[in-house]
Design a protein around this ligand. Structure first.
Ligand code: 5AD
Ligand code: SF4
Length: 503
C-alpha cells in the first residue's frame, strides 16, 4: 500500500476493529483463555540475558549520574497488542540507555500505555495521572502512550498539565525522535499522527513473558464496527512483510521461545506487502515450520476474513494451535447490522460449523457485547440461542459502553445500565453451564501442556493445552516451568481443568 493510498483512505474514514482482552473486566467473563502476561508480571531469565549481552552505545552517556531521565517506569493497560507495544517501547528505551524500575516513585520517566476500549479503562488512566500532580517537584517526566493518548490528544495537556509526552501507537516509530526532544528539555512533546502506512519496527524488544512471544503482524484496523473506538486510536491497517516476520520468529526460536502468538486487531486480514504475497494461512504454516517453534497462536480473527484455508492449515500443521478466537458480538441480525459487523448470523455460523467439523478438535472462543442501542429482549434471546448453537469454549462478554467519535454514540434507544447488567449476568450464567459441560467431557483425555505457572501451594503447576485451556496439576518434579508435559484430565470446571501428570 502506498502512502498516498493510505492517506486517501484515511482522511475521514475511520478504521476500526475488535481488540484485545486483558483490560478491565467489569463485564468480562474470565474464561480459560484469559490470563495474559501483564507488564508487572514476574521476571524471566532469557531476555535478561539477551539484554545484558547487548552493547549499549548510549549507556555511558545516559545511564550515568548526569543522565537526564535514566530510569523509566512503564505500566500497561489493555489488550495483548498494548502489552506487546509496551515490550517494544521498553526495547527502544533500553537501547537508549534507560534502565527500567518496578516502582513508580523510583522512576524519572513515567509512562502509561493506555486503553480506551470501554469508558472504565479510560477513566483508570486519568485517575493514575491525577496521582502525578506534583510530578515536576518530584523531578518526574510523565508520558501517556496508546489509545487514550490518541483519543484525547492535546486535551491531556489541558486536563493534566504536568504531562510532557502524549503519543498514540501509530506514532511509535517516531519514539526515538520524541524521546530525544524530551531529553533536550521539551515540555509538551506529541506524536498523534495516524495517517501512516508504516509499522512499528524495533531493533530490540524486551519481552515479558518467558514462554510465549508476542509478535504483531498487522497493526491498525480497516473495519468499521459502530461501537469501536480502535479506528480512532490505532491507525489504518498495515501489515508487516512476511520475510521480516519470519526472520523475527527465527530469532525468537533461537533465543529459546517455542511458542509464538501472532497479533493483530484483525489478524486474519493480513496482507503481505512483500513480493511473496503470502496469504495469512500460508504465513501461519511458514511460521510453524520455523526450526524450534512448537506452538503458533494467532488473535484476533474477524469472521468476515476467516476462510477455509485457515482451518485447513490448522488441520495439517500440528504446531498450529487448535484454538480460534472469533468474536461474534451478537446473535441478532438486526443488531449485527446496526453494529456494522458485515456478516449475518448464518454466515458466522457457517464458519463455526467449518471449525467444528475440522479434523482436529479446535476450541472456539468469542466476544459478545450486550445492551447495544436498540437491542430488544428478543435480540438478546437470539444471542442466548447462539451460545447454545455455537457451544463456545470461552466467552468474553461486555456491557456496551458508549465511546467518543463512534457512530453508535448517538444511536437511538440506549439500554439502561441496569438492564445491561441483567443481560450480562444471564449470558454469563448460561455460558458457565456450557463450559462446565464441555470441560467435563474432557475427563479421561490426555493433553500436551506447556507449563507456564507454579501455584503458591507446593507442587501445584499450571499450563495450557494447544486449545488454550488452562490445566492445573500436581507434581513433585522440581523444574517444570517451560516444559511440555502430558497431563490426563481428572476434573473439568467452568474455567479450567484439573489433571495428573502422565509423563
Ligand atoms: N463497548 C463494549 N465492548 C466493546 N468492545 C469493543 N468496543 C466496545 C464498546 N464500546 C468489545 C468487543 C471487542 C472486545 C475486544 O471488546 O467485544 O471484540
Ligand atoms: Fe487495546 Fe487500544 Fe483496544 Fe484498548 S482500545 S483494547 S489498548 S487496542
Amino acid at each position: 500500500m502506498g502512502a498516498a493510498n493510505a492517506s486517501n483512505r484515511r482522511r475521514g474514514t475511520p478504521w476500526r476493529g475488535p481488540t484485545g482482552r486483558t483490560e478491565e473486566k467489569e463485564g468480562g467473563l474470565k474464561t480459560a483463555p484469559t490470563r495474559e502476561p501483564h507488564e508487572t508480571a514476574g521476571g524471566d531469565t532469557k531476555w535478561q540475558a539477551e539484554e545484558k549481552n547487548r552493547r549499549d552505545p548510549f549507556g555511558e552517556l545516559r545511564a550515568g549520574a548526569g543522565a537526564p531521565f535514566a530510569t523509566f517506569y512503564l505500566e500497561t493497560f489493555g489488550c495483548q497488542m498494548n502489552v506487546h507495544d509496551s515490550e517494544k517501547v521498553a526495547g527502544v528505551l533500553l537501547s537508549r540507555g534507560y534502565q527500567r524500575v518496578e516502582r513508580v516513585e523510583a522512576a524519572r520517566l513515567v509512562l502509561y500505555n493506555t486503553c480506551s476500549i470501554r469508558e472504565k479503562a479510560a477513566q483508570k488512566v486519568f485517575s493514575r495521572l491525577g496521582g502525578h500532580r506534583g510530578a515536576a517537584d518530584a523531578g518526574q517526566i510523565i508520558g501517556v502512550l496508546g489509545c487514550v493518548a490518541q483519543q484525547e490528544g492535546e486535551e491531556i495537556f489541558e486536563r493534566a498539565p504536568w504531562v510532557s509526552l502524549v503519543c498514540g501507537s501509530a506514532s511509535y516509530r517516531k519514539l526515538p525522535e520524541l524521546l530525544a526532544e524530551l531529553e533536550r528539555g521539551g515540555r509538551r512533546v506529541m506524536g498523534l499522527d495516524t495517517d501512516t502506512d508504516e509499522t512499528f519496527e524495533t531493533e530490540m524488544t524486551r519481552r515479558d513473558n518467558p514462554f510465549r512471544a508476542y509478535l504483531t503482524i498487522i497493526e491498525g484496523c480497516d473495519k468499521a464496527c459502530a461501537y469501536c473506538v480502535v479506528p480512532y486510536t490505532r491507525g489504518p491497517e498495515r501489515s508487516r512483510r512476511s520475510d521480516l516476520v519470519l526472520a523475527e520468529v527465527q530469532r525468537l526460536a533461537d533465543a529459546g521461545y517455542s511458542e509464538v502468538q501472532l497479533l493483530g486487531q484483525t489478524v486474519n486480514s493480513y496482507k503481505d506487502p512483500s513480493e511473496r504475497r503470502m496469504t495469512f494461512a500460508e504465513l501461519l504454516v511458514a511460521v510453524s515450520e520455523v526450526r524450534g517453534i512448537r506452538r503458533v497462536r494467532f488473535t484476533t480473527s474477524h469472521p468476515r476474513d476467516f476462510g477455509r484455508d485457515i482451518v485447513e492449515a490448522i488441520e495439517s500443521v500440528p504446531a498450529l494451535c487448535e484454538h480460534v478466537h472469533l468474536p461474534v458480538q451478537s446473535g441478532s441480525n438486526k443488531v449485527l447490522r446496526a453494529m456494522q459487523r458485515t456478516y449475518a448470523r448464518d454466515e458466522y455460523m457457517e464458519k463455526i460449523a467449518m471449525l467444528r467439523e475440522a479434523r482436529r478438535p479446535v476450541s472456539v472462543t468469542t466476544d459478545i457485547i450486550v445492551g447495544f442501542p436498540g437491542e430488544t429482549e428478543e435480540d438478546f434471546q437470539e444471542t442466548m440461542s447462539l451460545l447454545d448453537e455455537a457451544q463456545y469454549d470461552g466467552v468474553f462478554s461486555f456491557k456496551y459502553s458508549p465511546r467518543p467519535n463512534t457512530p453508535a454514540l448517538h444511536m437511538a434507544d440506549p439500554i439502561p445500565e441496569e438492564e445491561k447488567g441483567r443481560r450480562l449476568a444471564a449470558l454469563q450464567e448460561k455460558q458457565r453451564g456450557i463450559q462446565t459441560a464441555r470441560n467435563e467431557k474432557l475427563v479421561g483425555e490426555s493433553f500436551e501442556v506447556l507449563v507456564d505457572g507454579a501455584a503458591r501451594r507446593n507442587s501445584q503447576w499450571a499450563g495450557r493445552t494447544s486449545g488454550n485451556r488452562v490445566v492445573n496439576f500436581t507434581s513433585t518434579e522440581e523444574r517444570l516451568l517451560g516444559e511440555y508435559v502430558l497431563v490426563r484430565i481428572t476434573r473439568g470446571g467452568p474455567n479450567s481443568l484439573v489433571g495428573e501428570l502422565v509423563s
